[in-house]
Design a protein around this ligand. Structure first.
Ligand code: ADP
Ligand code: ADP
Length: 231
Protein backbone atom coordinates (compact mmCIF):
# COMPACT_ATOMS: atom_id res chain seq x y z
CA UNK A 1 0.00 0.00 0.00
CA UNK A 2 1.63 3.19 -1.09
CA UNK A 3 1.51 6.42 0.86
CA UNK A 4 2.56 8.71 -1.99
CA UNK A 5 1.86 7.58 -5.52
CA UNK A 6 2.43 9.29 -8.88
CA UNK A 7 0.83 7.72 -11.92
CA UNK A 8 2.18 9.03 -15.24
CA UNK A 9 2.31 12.59 -13.96
CA UNK A 10 3.20 15.50 -16.24
CA UNK A 11 3.17 19.21 -15.53
CA UNK A 12 3.78 22.27 -17.71
CA UNK A 13 3.72 25.63 -15.98
CA UNK A 14 2.17 27.39 -18.97
CA UNK A 15 -0.37 26.17 -21.52
CA UNK A 16 1.99 26.10 -24.48
CA UNK A 17 5.24 25.87 -22.46
CA UNK A 18 7.58 22.91 -22.06
CA UNK A 19 6.83 20.21 -19.54
CA UNK A 20 8.73 20.60 -16.28
CA UNK A 21 8.20 16.92 -15.55
CA UNK A 22 6.96 14.19 -17.83
CA UNK A 23 5.39 10.83 -17.22
CA UNK A 24 6.67 10.47 -13.66
CA UNK A 25 5.81 7.39 -11.61
CA UNK A 26 6.63 7.21 -7.92
CA UNK A 27 5.63 4.82 -5.18
CA UNK A 28 6.49 5.71 -1.59
CA UNK A 29 5.54 3.47 1.32
CA UNK A 30 4.54 4.94 4.67
CA UNK A 31 7.67 5.35 6.80
CA UNK A 32 10.01 5.14 3.82
CA UNK A 33 12.85 7.61 3.26
CA UNK A 34 12.97 8.49 -0.42
CA UNK A 35 15.47 10.75 -2.17
CA UNK A 36 15.03 12.25 -5.62
CA UNK A 37 18.29 13.32 -7.24
CA UNK A 38 18.92 15.14 -10.47
CA UNK A 39 20.54 18.21 -11.97
CA UNK A 40 19.31 21.72 -11.31
CA UNK A 41 16.11 22.43 -13.24
CA UNK A 42 15.09 18.79 -13.73
CA UNK A 43 11.83 19.28 -11.86
CA UNK A 44 12.59 18.26 -8.29
CA UNK A 45 10.83 21.26 -6.75
CA UNK A 46 7.94 20.74 -9.16
CA UNK A 47 7.59 17.23 -7.78
CA UNK A 48 7.40 18.65 -4.23
CA UNK A 49 4.71 21.13 -5.25
CA UNK A 50 2.67 18.28 -6.72
CA UNK A 51 2.93 16.16 -3.56
CA UNK A 52 1.93 19.06 -1.30
CA UNK A 53 -0.95 20.07 -3.55
CA UNK A 54 0.47 23.50 -4.39
CA UNK A 55 0.23 22.49 -8.06
CA UNK A 56 -2.05 20.03 -9.80
CA UNK A 57 -0.83 17.86 -12.69
CA UNK A 58 -1.82 18.42 -16.32
CA UNK A 59 -1.78 14.70 -16.89
CA UNK A 60 -1.74 11.72 -14.60
CA UNK A 61 -2.67 11.35 -10.94
CA UNK A 62 -1.07 12.18 -7.59
CA UNK A 63 -2.30 10.26 -4.55
CA UNK A 64 -1.30 10.86 -0.94
CA UNK A 65 -2.64 8.60 1.77
CA UNK A 66 -4.97 6.90 -0.68
CA UNK A 67 -6.63 10.12 -1.89
CA UNK A 68 -6.13 12.11 -5.04
CA UNK A 69 -4.45 15.40 -4.16
CA UNK A 70 -6.74 18.31 -4.98
CA UNK A 71 -5.23 21.15 -2.96
CA UNK A 72 -2.81 22.02 -0.14
CA UNK A 73 -2.38 19.24 2.43
CA UNK A 74 -2.07 19.59 6.20
CA UNK A 75 -0.32 16.26 6.72
CA UNK A 76 2.84 17.61 5.10
CA UNK A 77 5.76 19.42 6.73
CA UNK A 78 8.26 21.21 4.51
CA UNK A 79 11.76 22.64 4.74
CA UNK A 80 13.88 24.32 2.08
CA UNK A 81 17.45 25.35 1.33
CA UNK A 82 16.88 28.67 3.10
CA UNK A 83 15.71 28.16 6.68
CA UNK A 84 13.14 30.97 6.25
CA UNK A 85 12.84 31.66 9.97
CA UNK A 86 10.88 34.82 10.78
CA UNK A 87 13.50 37.29 12.04
CA UNK A 88 11.23 38.98 14.56
CA UNK A 89 10.40 35.72 16.31
CA UNK A 90 12.51 33.64 18.68
CA UNK A 91 13.44 30.06 17.82
CA UNK A 92 10.61 28.72 19.99
CA UNK A 93 8.11 31.16 18.44
CA UNK A 94 9.26 30.12 14.96
CA UNK A 95 8.81 26.45 15.78
CA UNK A 96 5.33 27.15 17.19
CA UNK A 97 4.21 28.78 13.95
CA UNK A 98 2.53 25.71 12.37
CA UNK A 99 0.45 25.32 15.52
CA UNK A 100 -0.98 28.78 14.84
CA UNK A 101 -1.84 27.88 11.26
CA UNK A 102 -2.58 24.17 10.95
CA UNK A 103 -5.86 22.73 12.22
CA UNK A 104 -6.66 21.24 14.69
CA UNK A 105 -3.79 22.85 16.58
CA UNK A 106 -4.91 26.35 15.67
CA UNK A 107 -8.26 26.02 17.40
CA UNK A 108 -6.74 24.22 20.37
CA UNK A 109 -3.81 26.58 20.84
CA UNK A 110 -5.52 28.86 23.35
CA UNK A 111 -6.46 26.05 25.74
CA UNK A 112 -3.37 23.89 25.13
CA UNK A 113 -0.63 26.48 24.77
CA UNK A 114 1.48 25.18 27.67
CA UNK A 115 1.30 21.61 26.37
CA UNK A 116 2.12 22.64 22.79
CA UNK A 117 5.00 24.77 24.00
CA UNK A 118 6.31 21.83 25.97
CA UNK A 119 6.19 19.73 22.83
CA UNK A 120 8.05 22.42 20.88
CA UNK A 121 10.76 22.48 23.55
CA UNK A 122 11.10 18.69 23.40
CA UNK A 123 11.28 18.76 19.60
CA UNK A 124 13.96 21.47 19.76
CA UNK A 125 15.94 19.28 22.16
CA UNK A 126 15.57 16.37 19.71
CA UNK A 127 17.31 18.39 16.99
CA UNK A 128 20.07 19.51 19.36
CA UNK A 129 18.74 23.00 20.06
CA UNK A 130 18.01 22.81 23.79
CA UNK A 131 18.97 26.20 25.23
CA UNK A 132 18.24 28.07 21.99
CA UNK A 133 14.51 28.56 22.60
CA UNK A 134 14.74 32.29 23.27
CA UNK A 135 17.43 33.09 20.72
CA UNK A 136 16.57 34.97 17.56
CA UNK A 137 17.49 33.52 14.15
CA UNK A 138 20.44 35.90 13.69
CA UNK A 139 21.94 34.48 16.89
CA UNK A 140 22.01 30.97 15.39
CA UNK A 141 24.56 29.50 12.95
CA UNK A 142 23.38 28.35 9.52
CA UNK A 143 23.29 24.74 10.67
CA UNK A 144 21.30 25.64 13.78
CA UNK A 145 18.83 27.65 11.69
CA UNK A 146 18.32 24.63 9.47
CA UNK A 147 17.78 22.41 12.53
CA UNK A 148 15.12 24.88 13.70
CA UNK A 149 13.54 24.87 10.26
CA UNK A 150 13.27 21.05 10.26
CA UNK A 151 11.93 21.22 13.81
CA UNK A 152 9.22 23.65 12.65
CA UNK A 153 8.37 21.34 9.76
CA UNK A 154 7.79 18.46 12.22
CA UNK A 155 6.03 20.24 15.06
CA UNK A 156 2.49 19.48 13.92
CA UNK A 157 3.44 15.79 13.60
CA UNK A 158 3.04 15.62 9.83
CA UNK A 159 2.99 12.15 8.35
CA UNK A 160 5.11 13.34 5.45
CA UNK A 161 8.24 15.47 5.65
CA UNK A 162 9.33 17.07 2.39
CA UNK A 163 12.82 18.49 2.16
CA UNK A 164 13.99 20.55 -0.81
CA UNK A 165 17.81 20.85 -0.82
CA UNK A 166 17.73 21.42 2.96
CA UNK A 167 21.49 21.20 3.42
CA UNK A 168 22.58 22.89 0.19
CA UNK A 169 23.75 26.11 1.82
CA UNK A 170 25.81 24.44 4.56
CA UNK A 171 29.52 23.61 4.70
CA UNK A 172 30.45 19.95 4.27
CA UNK A 173 31.07 19.31 7.96
CA UNK A 174 27.81 20.87 9.14
CA UNK A 175 25.96 19.09 6.36
CA UNK A 176 27.11 15.68 7.54
CA UNK A 177 26.15 16.55 11.13
CA UNK A 178 22.67 17.38 9.91
CA UNK A 179 22.46 14.16 7.90
CA UNK A 180 22.99 12.25 11.13
CA UNK A 181 20.51 14.43 12.98
CA UNK A 182 17.86 13.83 10.32
CA UNK A 183 18.45 10.09 10.24
CA UNK A 184 18.15 9.93 14.04
CA UNK A 185 14.88 11.86 13.93
CA UNK A 186 13.51 9.60 11.22
CA UNK A 187 14.48 6.49 13.16
CA UNK A 188 12.75 7.67 16.33
CA UNK A 189 9.67 9.45 14.94
CA UNK A 190 7.19 7.88 12.56
CA UNK A 191 7.18 9.99 9.39
CA UNK A 192 7.78 9.43 5.71
CA UNK A 193 10.46 11.54 4.00
CA UNK A 194 10.80 12.77 0.45
CA UNK A 195 14.13 14.54 0.05
CA UNK A 196 15.11 16.28 -3.17
CA UNK A 197 18.78 17.01 -3.65
CA UNK A 198 21.41 17.25 -6.37
CA UNK A 199 23.89 15.52 -4.03
CA UNK A 200 24.02 11.82 -4.82
CA UNK A 201 26.17 11.09 -1.77
CA UNK A 202 23.55 12.68 0.44
CA UNK A 203 20.79 10.67 -1.23
CA UNK A 204 22.63 7.38 -0.79
CA UNK A 205 23.64 8.16 2.79
CA UNK A 206 20.10 8.95 3.88
CA UNK A 207 17.52 7.22 1.75
CA UNK A 208 16.04 3.72 1.44
CA UNK A 209 15.17 4.37 -2.16
CA UNK A 210 16.77 6.78 -4.62
CA UNK A 211 15.08 8.03 -7.78
CA UNK A 212 17.35 9.65 -10.37
CA UNK A 213 15.81 12.24 -12.67
CA UNK A 214 16.96 13.49 -16.06
CA UNK A 215 16.80 17.11 -17.13
CA UNK A 216 14.31 18.69 -19.55
CA UNK A 217 11.80 17.35 -19.35
CA UNK A 218 12.23 15.77 -15.92
CA UNK A 219 11.76 12.04 -16.15
CA UNK A 220 12.64 9.29 -13.72
CA UNK A 221 15.62 7.42 -15.16
CA UNK A 222 16.42 4.99 -12.39
CA UNK A 223 14.86 3.72 -9.18
CA UNK A 224 17.34 2.07 -6.82
CA UNK A 225 16.81 0.60 -3.41
CA UNK A 226 19.77 1.24 -1.16
CA UNK A 227 20.63 -1.70 0.99
CA UNK A 228 23.73 -0.74 2.92
CA UNK A 229 24.58 -1.88 6.40
CA UNK A 230 24.46 1.53 8.01
CA UNK A 231 26.60 2.52 10.96
P1 ADP B 1 14.65 21.73 -9.76
O1 ADP B 1 13.97 21.85 -8.45
O2 ADP B 1 15.07 20.34 -10.10
O3 ADP B 1 15.79 22.70 -9.92
P2 ADP B 1 12.22 22.90 -10.82
O4 ADP B 1 11.13 21.97 -10.47
O5 ADP B 1 12.36 24.13 -10.01
O6 ADP B 1 13.58 22.09 -10.90
O7 ADP B 1 12.03 23.35 -12.33
C1 ADP B 1 11.78 22.45 -13.41
C2 ADP B 1 11.55 23.24 -14.69
O8 ADP B 1 10.36 23.99 -14.58
C3 ADP B 1 12.66 24.23 -15.00
O9 ADP B 1 12.86 24.25 -16.37
C4 ADP B 1 12.10 25.55 -14.52
O10 ADP B 1 12.63 26.61 -15.25
C5 ADP B 1 10.61 25.38 -14.75
N1 ADP B 1 9.81 26.11 -13.74
C6 ADP B 1 9.85 25.96 -12.41
N2 ADP B 1 8.97 26.76 -11.79
C7 ADP B 1 8.36 27.44 -12.76
C8 ADP B 1 7.31 28.43 -12.78
N3 ADP B 1 6.72 28.86 -11.65
N4 ADP B 1 6.93 28.90 -13.98
C9 ADP B 1 7.49 28.46 -15.13
N5 ADP B 1 8.45 27.53 -15.19
C10 ADP B 1 8.88 27.03 -14.03
P1 ADP C 1 4.21 37.44 17.74
O1 ADP C 1 2.87 36.84 17.49
O2 ADP C 1 5.27 36.46 18.07
O3 ADP C 1 4.21 38.60 18.68
P2 ADP C 1 4.08 38.20 14.95
O4 ADP C 1 4.80 37.36 14.00
O5 ADP C 1 2.59 38.09 15.03
O6 ADP C 1 4.74 38.08 16.39
O7 ADP C 1 4.45 39.70 14.61
C1 ADP C 1 3.96 40.77 15.38
C2 ADP C 1 3.69 41.95 14.47
O8 ADP C 1 4.92 42.47 13.99
C3 ADP C 1 2.88 41.56 13.27
O9 ADP C 1 1.77 42.41 13.20
C4 ADP C 1 3.81 41.77 12.09
O10 ADP C 1 3.06 42.34 11.05
C5 ADP C 1 4.84 42.74 12.60
N1 ADP C 1 6.20 42.60 12.04
C6 ADP C 1 7.32 42.71 12.75
N2 ADP C 1 8.40 42.62 11.99
C7 ADP C 1 7.98 42.40 10.74
C8 ADP C 1 8.65 42.22 9.49
N3 ADP C 1 9.97 42.22 9.37
N4 ADP C 1 7.88 42.01 8.42
C9 ADP C 1 6.54 41.98 8.55
N5 ADP C 1 5.87 42.19 9.69
C10 ADP C 1 6.58 42.39 10.78
Amino acid sequence: MSFVRFENVSLAYTDDGPRAIEDVNLDVREGEFVAVVGPSGCGKSTLMKLVSGLRLPNDGYVYVNGRQVGGPLNLVGMAFQAANLLPWRTTLQNVMLPMEIVEPYRSELRSHRAEFEQRARAQLAAVGLAGCEDKFPWELSGGMQQRASICRALIHKPRLLMLDEPFGALDAFTREELWCMLRDLWQTQPFTVILVTHDLREAVFLADTVYVMSARPGRILVRREIDLARP
